[in-house]
Each structure stands twice: as C-alpha cells, then as structure tokens.
Design a protein around this ligand. Sequence first.
Ligand code: PNW
Length: 468
Amino acid sequence: VGVLDEPAPLTFPPGFLWGAATAAYQIEGAAAEGGRTPSIWDTFSHTEGKTVAGHTGDVACDHYHRLTDDVRLMAELGLKSYRFSVSWPRVQPGGSGPANAEGLDFYRRLIDELLANGIEPWLTLYHWDLPQELEEAGGWPARDTAARFADYTQLVADALGDRVKYWTTLNEPWCSAFLGYGSGVHAPGRSDGAAAVHAGHHLMLGHGLAVQALRAARPDAQLGVTVNLYPVNPASDSPADVDAARRIDGLANRFFLDPLLRGEYPADLVADLAKVTDFGHVRDGDLATIATPLDVVGVNYYSRHVVAAPVPGEEPEQYWRAPSSWPGSEDVRFVTRGFPVTDMGWEIDAPGLVETLRRVHEEYTDLPLYVTENGSAFVDAVVDGQVDDADRLAYFDAHLRAAHEAISVGVPLRGYFAWSLMDNFEWAWGYTKRFGMIHVDYDSQIRIPKSSARWYAEVIRRNGLAAQ
Ligand code: PNW
C-alpha cells in the first residue's frame, strides 16, 4: 500500500474535553459517615432480592476515604475532566433544610484536588440517590420533589459554585423515572406506569428550576442535562413494527428531548399514554420552565433498541421488563440481532452513536454536545497483576471512531467521558458487572489500571486515535 492509501490518524478538535465519569453511590461508600442520611439506593439495596447477591453501596470503592489516591490515578491517565456526582443526602441530610458542612467539605477537597492536578471538575447534581425522606413524602411522582431539588441545587451552587464550571442537573431521567417507578428494577422499586410518567415530568421540572437557580448564582457556568438516548429501529418494515419503534422512541428519547429542548410533549406520546395518565399533572408554565435555555447537552450512549410488534406468547427476557419500563407499550418486543454483546447483554453498535449525536444536533439543538457516558462491561481477569481488557478497549476505540465521524459531519461534539473511571457498584447488578478502565479489588481496594486505561491515556496524549 502506498503512503496515500494508509488510513490517517483520527485527530480531535483542539481543546476536546477527554474525561471519565463516576457517580456518588457507585463509588463513595461511607454510607453512614460524615452526617450522610440514607438515599433510596441504600433502602433498595438493603431490601432482600433487589440487587444481585444483596450487594450494597455501603463500602463500594471506598472513594470517600481515597479521593487523593483516586485523583492521582486520574492525573496519571492525563484526564482533562472528571465527571462525578454529588450525593444529595451527604450535603443536605434528609433532602431539606440546612447544608451539612462535613459533606460539602468532601466535595470541596475533591474539587480542589482535581483543580490542583489540572483536571476540570464536571459536577452532576443528581445521579439517582434521592434522600429517603423525600421518597417517603412521595418521591419524584410528587410535584414538591422538584422544588426540593431546586433548593438543594441552590445549596450546592452557593458552596461549590466558585470552583465548578460544568454542571449537569440530572443523569438519565429515563432511568430514574421508568426503571425506578415503572419496572421497579431500580430504586425506589415501585411499579406504576402513571407514577413513572409523573416522575419523569417532575424530574424535568426540577431540572428547569435548578437551571434557573444555577444561572442566577453562577452566570458564567456551563449548564446542561444528561439524557440516555438510543436509536430505535423497527425489526422489519411492517407497519406494526414501525409503530412499535415510534412508541418506544417516544418513551425512551422524545419524552425527554422534546420538553427539554422544544418545550412540548410529543402529541403521539401523549396519545399513546392516554390509558396511563391524562397529563393532568402538567401545569401551565411547566414546559417553559423545563425548556429553560441550556449551554450544553450531555448524551449517554450504550446501545440501540430494535423492536417489534407483539407476538402472543413470546416474551423475550430483558433487564427492564419487570414488569415494564414502557408504560402503555408493555407488549412491544425487544429483539436482538445476533451482534456481539457486552457482559450486560447489550449489543455493541458504534454506528448508533453517530446516529444519536446527529439526531440531537439536526433535529433538536445547535448547542455543544458532550458524550457524558459511553462504555462497556466485560468479565476481566487479573493475570500477574495485570488486566488485559482487549474487548473493552475495542469498544472504546469503535465508539471514539464514531464520535470522530459525528464531528466530521458537523456535530459540535466537544468532549467524551468514558464510563467508567473504575469498576463500581452497577446498580441492580451490584459488583457483578465491571465497567471500569481501572480494576478494583473489592476486598483489598487495590486499583489496577487495565490495558484500556493505558490506551486511553495515549489517546488523550495524542488528542486522537492512531491510524488503524
Ligand atoms: C447508566 N438501561 O445506567 C448510568 O448512568 C450509570 O450509572 C451506569 O453505571 C451505566 O449507565 C451502565 O449501566 C443505565 O437499562 C442503566 O437501559 C440501565 C439502562 C441504561 C443506563
């Protein structure tokens, strides 16, 4: 092959924000220390039968006691940014009232350590750990929770706002609403379609109020929200399959994108949900609040949904069907195509990332986009103190090529956060699924950077991928 035929290295735009992400309940541990009160995830994980093997986040990666060592590992990776979440019950015990100075101090020390290492802190306010007291007062299906969230946001902005430029209000409101209150496979484990739809609305209302509070407190900050998006394709061209795809796309993607970025619920989705709720929970002015202007949009991407019309008697077993994360569309079948899958059973589909980013840009917004999570679980083996995770590395490589392709067709993608910095508590799956670039031994708490971590450090150093 001549020089001109050789594939060129894929270089990203100058200043591309290379990062890694985690979430408070998944890594911190110290569940009953420093004045923290229980969240719905403490209650849920301590309830028999809710998580694999009864795993809880009581200790997790013990990050609460190891933040200095963990930031050193981030610096060794050369991370430009670190996306973490604040535990609401750590900084505002019980979810209302005054701040807990000891909880805030933990995040202040974390942020200062990041800044001292030249790592941009990216703060997520809500990654699923609602204070248990607020769940007992009705949780996200109750309107008042949105006001409580705005109050908590104000408290965090006052305490940490001088140190943080990038803010995400909610992580993946679809999961909070439809896994938490629909299928109940996530905390708080309720199964009620109407409650899930109402929760989704109040999460977005809380987001809008939080953006307004942050904007007033920190006019210079970059404000956004993170949604988990999926291309949704019909399994065939049949009108029934095409309609199934329209319905699932409505619940998975448009339920959130349309209110947040257009200030309206899609009419077809409202009609689909007529048997579930009459949308009487939506008050005048809510949609304008929800659509309060943002500076950035975060997209979490893992896989694609391929769906088909119901076939009586055929019920494929899926993580989210227990009883259903899809109110009003419980009968839709999720089909697999025989693609290679990760340890979550999710099909690996890097072109879906290009489609997803293009859709957000072309149909919804000109705002800068960030991939705030992308990654994969695989079974790892520690051999002679090393973890050679070629499968995870290949997943990152394929998706970064997709991210680069999206940029080359005009998507204003400004950064990418690998999920996850380190192995952690994978929600209902406990410690049985490993997403980390850094291996964690949960007995010794020894961290070992995997091959993917060393590779990612090289990607960051080059600001791109080597020629393939
Ligand atoms: C996201 N689904 O969760 C979360 O933001 C992370 O905390 C989590 O560890 C990561 O992705 C990997 O799971 C999801 O069932 C959980 O479609 C479930 C689904 C999607 C995202």
